[in-house]
Design a protein around this ligand. Structure first.
Ligand SMILES: C[S@@+](CC[C@H](N)C(=O)[O-])C[C@H]1O[C@@H](n2cnc3c(N)ncnc32)[C@H](O)[C@@H]1O
Length: 220
């Protein structure tokens, strides 16, 4: 898979791309990720890419021209162009599962007051990571990249994500590691029993119990 991220703040991605699972996936060529600064597509001498809104109002609006030209510079036949936008569809695990089958994602990060409305004619979909406002689309883009890349073949073990929260509309079961007793808080006996059938049964029960307690909406 190839992912191009269009942003005005490329440095924000430096650590994100050079740590842990994402770093390994890039090194193993399971994903190619490019950061494109759409300031490079400015038509103005001072590299300006934003301006005040027509009709007045606060903040600066990203111009449509450099954004569209940046998209066109990397767009291919099978690209999916996604605008990071609080007005988009709320991002869920099932969406990450769909996106992992794409060959090429182009993620467009807004900033400041947002973008010229006409950008919407040049994107395939809009994603929001929740009902709150961030200063820019960079953190939402990282959330999408992270959630998709870990699902790509060979990036992490399939078993790791097949039973985790939101697969099968259930939350994950509780997990424990050493020590067996921490200040009187003990690891459940069943997990120390070595009886795998019993452990599996207990985990399934716990998944149902947790989901009913915390996220009943998932079970509907
Ligand atoms: C300050 S926000 C603009 C908010 C916009 N004026 C509005 O009220 O809908 C700047 C940029 O951050 C990104 N952004 C902020 N919150 C987001 C969210 N919850 N999900 C996805 N992107 C978000 C978008 O790219 C947005 O254009």
């Amino acid at each position: 898979m190839k992912i191009d991220i269009l942003t005005l703040f490329p440095n924000m991605f430096e650590n994100f791309l050079s740590e842990s699972i994402i770093k390994r996936a890039i090194e193993k060529k399971q994903v190619e990720i490019n950061i494109i600064n759409f300031r490079d597509f400015s038509h103005l001498n001072n590299s300006q890419v934003d301006d005040t809104p027509y009709g007045g109002g606060s903040g600066m609006v990203l111009m449509v021209e450099p954004l569209v030209e940046a998209i066109e510079s990397c767009k291919q036949k099978d690209s999916k162009v996604i605008l990071m936008c609080p007005q988009g569809k709320t991002y869920k695990q099932e969406h990450a599962v769909e996106l992992k089958n794409e060959h090429h994602l182009i993620l467009v990060c807004g900033h400041y007051e947002g973008f010229d409305e006409r950008i919407r004619q040049f994107v395939d979909e809009e994603i929001s990571i929740g009902d709150y406002i961030l200063t820019g689309g960079e953190i939402p883009a990282m959330a999408v990249v992270d959630s998709v890349v870990r699902l790509l073949d060979g990036v992490i073990k399939k078993e790791s994500y097949q039973e985790e929260s939101f697969s099968n509309n259930l939350l994950d079961y509780p997990t424990y590691t050493k020590p067996r007793d921490f200040r009187g808080l003990k690891v459940p006996d069943v997990l120390l029993s070595g009886n795998h059938a019993k452990i599996e049964e207990w985990r399934k029960e716990q998944q149902l119990k947790k989901t009913a307690e915390k996220r009943k909406d998932l079970m509907n």
